[in-house]
Design a protein around this ligand. Structure first.
Ligand code: HEM
Length: 380
């Protein structure tokens, strides 16, 4: 970042110098002391601003009447004009991006418009969405509590997740939690952490979390791909999913609607939240990490990638909050299933009856990995 800024300022300086000095007819903007008394050196005329056409003067013309006054050049810089730079960096000759018009926002340089989109739209609406979801989950938990088993556990175990599936899920979940926490602090931390710990500590915290975010991103990308490939087969839509959806899964009634290994709610989350949003989140993140080869990494590219990343991660986080709730305190036995790999037959029958029936009918093995099932009854 610092290097990029240095390059930008250096190129702007070169460009400014070129404009101030390079115009064919213009003398040096700031005459060297030795030349100060030469007959060709223009004398400063403070009253030149009263002359007609003063405001429209080029930098070279201005230097004739007011040497050292580079206002025309800086006006062009502010207006997004690209000057010459010999540096190979993209946009090296452009200090301020040209103006753009985005409906609902005032016309400004693209950089300022990006700042407004972030601060006036993404943060307030994204933050509100996350708070609403958290509130809704809180109310749901308050009214419904943990969805408990109706029947008594049998003590007979079915392998729900193999060690490989659990490892892939654990890697992905851990990376996600690091990304989510660091992302939330980077986006919203200035509202709720900075006032408590102060700017110095918050600066260090954000920097540490940003670094963690950059490392966790690729781990998330790779583990997400593994998770998707691992679970895609059992997330393919089946006719019973429509019944499940039409009846809201029966989650609020006494009995859940029968489902295969994963119910339609889980499948929706899989396709929309993990595959759809996951691809967008990872893709835009890789752009911001400058890891996609062949792409021209200009400021506009970064601004667009940031907006796409921020919107899609907020949506993904909103969906994942529901998943994490159901996978922890929302449903008895779900977390144990992921942690140990095994669920009790009662759990399987009550939550995924069609899957349970297939296992009982011998169509799906109850034990898929070589690992032995837990000998003693585990908590469901
Ligand atoms: C702290 C975070 C997380 C927790 C506590 C958690 C917990 C769980 C639990 C308990 C299950 C088993 C549900 C069942 O038996 O039906 C599960 C399944 C699953 N989780 Fe997570 N999870 C977390 C994060 C994630 C993330 C970040 C992803 C991917 C983006 C993910 C993808 C999956 C998938 C694909 C399944 C299989 C069910 C399905 O396909 O919908 N999980 N998770």
């Amino acid at each position: 970042m610092n290097k990029a800024l240095a390059v930008l300022f250096a190129s702007a300086w070169l460009w400014g110098a070129a404009m101030a000095q390079g115009a064919a007819s213009a003398p040096a903007a700031t005459p060297a002391p030795a030349a100060a008394n030469s007959p060709s050196t223009p004398q400063a005329r403070p009253d030149a601003s009263t002359e007609p056409g003063y405001a429209k003067q080029s930098n070279a013309e201005r230097a004739q009447v007011q040497p050292g006054n580079n206002a025309p050049m800086w006006r062009q810089v502010g207006g997004g004009v690209t000057g010459y730079s010999s540096l190979p960096t993209p946009e090296a000759g452009n200090l301020v991006q040209p103006n753009v018009k985005v409906p609902g926002l005032r016309i400004s340089s693209a950089g300022e418009v990006w700042r407004q989109v972030r601060n006036q739209w993404i943060l307030p609406y994204g933050g509100a969405l996350l708070l609403i979801i958290l509130g809704a989950i809180g109310v749901f938990y308050w009214r419904t509590g943990t969805i408990a088993l109706h029947g008594a556990p049998t003590g007979r175990k079915i392998e729900r997740f193999t060690p490989f599936e659990r490892a892939a899920h654990a890697a992905n979940a851990m990376a996600f939690v690091i990304l989510a926490l660091s992302g939330v602090v980077m986006a919203f931390g200035k509202f709720f952490i900075l006032p408590v710990i102060g700017t110095a500590l918050f600066g260090w915290l954000s920097y540490a979390l940003k670094t963690a975010h950059n490392f966790a991103g690729p781990v998330f990308a790779v583990s997400l791909a593994v998770v998707i490939v691992t679970f895609i087969k059992d997330n393919l839509p089946r006719s019973e999913d429509f019944t499940w959806l039409l009846r809201g899964g029966g989650l609020l009634s006494e009995h859940e609607v029968a489902s295969h290994r994963f119910n339609a709610g889980e499948k929706l989350l899989f396709w929309a939240g993990m595959l759809g949003l996951g691809l967008i989140v990872v893709g835009s993140g890789l752009v911001m990490d400058k890891l996609l080869p062949g792409l021209l990494y200009e400021r506009g590219t970064m601004q667009l990638a940031h907006v796409i990343h921020a919107v899609s991660t907020v949506l993904m986080l909103a969906m994942m909050l529901g998943h994490i709730y159901m996978g922890t305190i929302g449903m008895e036995g779900a977390y144990q299933g992921m942690k140990t790999g095994y669920v009790d037959e009662t759990w399987a029958r009550e939550h995924h009856e069609l899957w349970y029936n297939d296992i009982k009918a011998g169509k799906i093995p109850a034990q898929r990995s070589a690992e032995a099932p837990p000998s003693q009854t585990v908590q469901v």
